[in-house]
Design a protein around this ligand. Structure first.
Ligand SMILES: [Cu+2]
Length: 112
């Protein structure tokens, strides 16, 4: 478990550096939580402000992710059971996302 978490954090850092939609500075205003439970994102659709942070919390026993597959604007990487991943959104837009292992798990983030 510890090894998996380290790998995830490394991947998260690389994603932050590469993707302009994500803020590069810690100017988070509000942190919103999306709970992943019973193979669903809750709430599935969320509207936030530029600079806000979203934390996905995985309460299932299997690994999930939040991946913006249309433009590959963000990808949390796999989130283990009982773990979480946070992303800060630096640009406005609407982003549909899905879980990479479970393509039928979908959600959307609107940043305004
Ligand atoms: Cu999943």
């Amino acid at each position: 478990m510890t090894k998996t978490r380290r790998e995830f954090m490394h991947m998260g850092a690389a994603t932050l550096a590469a993707l302009p939609v994500l803020a590069t500075t810690a100017q988070a205003q509000t942190t919103h939580t999306v709970t992943i439970k019973n193979m669903q994102f809750s709430p599935p659709n969320l509207t936030v402000s530029v600079g806000d942070t979203i934390t996905w919390v995985n309460e299932d026993r299997v690994r999930h992710s939040a991946w913006e597959s249309n433009g590959n604007n963000f990808d949390t990487g796999l989130i283990g059971s009982g773990e979480s991943a946070s992303l800060t959104f630096g640009s406005a837009g609407t982003f549909d996302y899905r879980c990479r292992p479970h393509g039928n798990m979908r959600g959307s983030i609107t940043v305004s």
